[in-house]
Design a binder for this molecule. Structure first.
Ligand code: MLY
Length: 259
C-alpha cells in the first residue's frame, strides 16, 4: 500500500515551513498527463542541447515522462515534465527550419541516420499536440530562504522526487539538500529549475514522493532519530551501494548481510 508522506506532521515536528508556491517555476495545479507509453515526440538531447532528437515515452509518473532517444541505448533515459519547454510534437523542429539529429551515442554508423529517421517516423505513434502543455512562467526572483521545505528530483536517481530542504541561497541559485541523507545527493540549481516543487506537489499530481531518509541529523534535531524505527521507507539500498549513499540506520543490516 502506498501511504503518502505526512508533510504536515513532519514540518510540525521539525518546526519547519514549506517554500511558498510563488518560489517555483511550476504551475499551481500540476498539469494532466495525456501522453501514452510508446508515443514519440521531439526532445532536446540532454547530453547535447543543440540537437533536437526523436524520443519515445518509455515511462509515465504523474505529470512526468521517462524518455529514451531513438537510436540511443537504454542507459541514458531522462525525465521531463509534460509542460517542459524541451519537448515538442513531431514536426516542430522542421517547422522552425531545423533538422532532427541523431542522439549522442547513435548506435549505428552516422551515414545510416537519414534512413533510420525515415523508418522511425513512418512507424511512429506520435504524441498528440494537446498532450504538450505550456511551460509555466518564471518567478519574479529568487524567493527561497534557508530552511524552507520542498520536493526535489534526486539527480542521481532522477526517477525519484524526495523530501528536501533549502540549505543555502546565493544570487539566482538554491542549494537543495535531501532530508535524512548524506550530502552526496545535494546540488545547486537555479530558483527557476523544473526539478524542484512545492510541498504537496507529488500528492496533488499523483507522483510518488520519497520520504526523508533515516540518517539522524546531528545537533538538536532528534525527530528523525526518534521516528526512524516506525517510519516506512520505500528505499531499499542495493547490496553494492557505497556507504556514502546509504542511510546510517541501514548500514548495520547491510554489513550484517554482506558478511
Ligand atoms: N542509490 C540509492 C538511492 C538513494 C536515494 C537517495 N535520495 C532519496 C536522496 C539506493 O539505491 O538505495
Amino acid at each position: 500500500i502506498y501511504e503518502p508522506f505526512d508533510w504536515k506532521n513532519y514540518m510540525k515536528a521539525t518546526n519547519s515551513q514549506p517554500a511558498p508556491a510563488q518560489c517555483f517555476k511550476q504551475s499551481s495545479s500540476p498539469p494532466q498527463n495525456d501522453f501514452k507509453l510508446d508515443q514519440k515526440l521531439e526532445a532536446l538531447d540532454p547530453r547535447n542541447l543543440t540537437s533536437t532528437c526523436i524520443a519515445t515515452v518509455v515511462g509515465i509518473l504523474g505529470p512526468r515522462l521517462r524518455l529514451r532517444l531513438d537510436g540511443s541505448d537504454n542507459k541514458n533515459d531522462f525525465w521531463r515534465l509534460v509542460d517542459s519547454n524541451e519537448i515538442h510534437p513531431i514536426g516542430h523542429c522542421e517547422k522552425g527550419g531545423g533538422m532532427l539529429q541523431p542522439p549522442l551515442g547513435f548506435r549505428m554508423n552516422a551515414s545510416m541516420w537519414p534512413q533510420f529517421l525515415m523508418k522511425t517516423l513512418s512507424m511512429a505513434e506520435m504524441a498528440p499536440i494537446k498532450a504538450f502543455k505550456r511551460e509555466p512562467p518564471v518567478p519574479a526572483g529568487n524567493f527561497f530562504k534557508v530552511g524552507m521545505k520542498l520536493e526535489a528530483v534526486d539527480k542521481k536517481n532522477p526517477m525519484l522526487i524526495c523530501a528536501a530542504t533549502v540549505g543555502e541561497v546565493k544570487n539566482d541559485m538554491v542549494h537543495v539538500t535531501f532530508d535524512g541523507w548524506r550530502g552526496a545527493f545535494d546540488y545547486w540549481c537555479r530558483y527557476d529549475s523544473r526539478d524542484i516543487f512545492p510541498v504537496g506537489w507529488c500528492a496533488k499530481s499523483g507522483h510518488p514522493l520519497q520520504p526523508p531518509g533515516k540518517k539522524a541529523q546531528g545537533g538538536t534535531n532528534r525527530y528523525r532519530a526518534r521516528v526512524s524505527n516506525v517510519q516506512p521507507s520505500t528505499m531499499v539500498p542495493a547490496a553494492t551501494e557505497t556507504d556514502e549513499n546509504t542511510p546510517l540506520s541501514l548500514r548495520k543490516e547491510q554489513s550484517k548481510s554482506s558478511g
